[in-house]
Design a binder for this molecule. Sequence first.
Ligand code: FMN
Length: 147
Amino acid sequence: PIEPWFIGGPVIKGFGRGSKVLGIPTANLPAENFSDILSEHTSGVYFGWAGLSTRGIYKMVMSIGWNPYFDNTEKTIEPWLLHDFGEDFYGEELRLVIVGYIRPEANFPSLESLIERIHEDAKIAEKALDLPLYARYKDSPYLRNSL
Ligand code: FMN
C-alpha cells in the first residue's frame, strides 16, 4: 500500500487521442502545476477516487508519465473516471485521492494491446476500490470540498 496523495484542478484537454482513438476518455490535469508532488511519485498507473464538482465521486484509474506508446515529450496526468458521463466537462474542478499503484508505464507492440492493458487496469482498480482499505477514502473531505 502507498501513502495516499491528493491533487486537484480544472480538467484540461489532453492530446485528443483519448476518447477518439482509444475509447478511453481521460479527464486530464495540468501536470505543470504538480511538478513537486509528481517528482515524489514514480511514473505509472495508479487508482483512487475522483470528486467532480456538481456531479459526484467516482472510481478512477490514472496514468502518470510520458505515455511511451505515443512518445510524449511532456509528462501528463490522465485520470480515467470509471463512469459514463456522456459529455465532456473541461474546466470543471476535479479532485483526486490516489490510494494505490498498479504498474509502471510500458510500451506496447500495438494500440490494441495498449487498450487491452488499460481495460485490465480498470478492472483491477474497480475491484481494489471495493476493499475496505481503499473504499474508505471515498469519504475524504478533500474530494467533497468542491461539491
Ligand atoms: N500509455 C502508454 O504509452 N503506456 C501505458 O502503459 C499507459 N497506461 C495507461 C493506463 C491508464 C489507466 C490510462 C488511462 C492511460 C494509459 N496510457 C498509457 C496513456 C494513454 O496512452 C493515453 O491516455 C492516451 O494517449 C490518450 O491521451 P490523450 O487523451 O492526451 O490524447
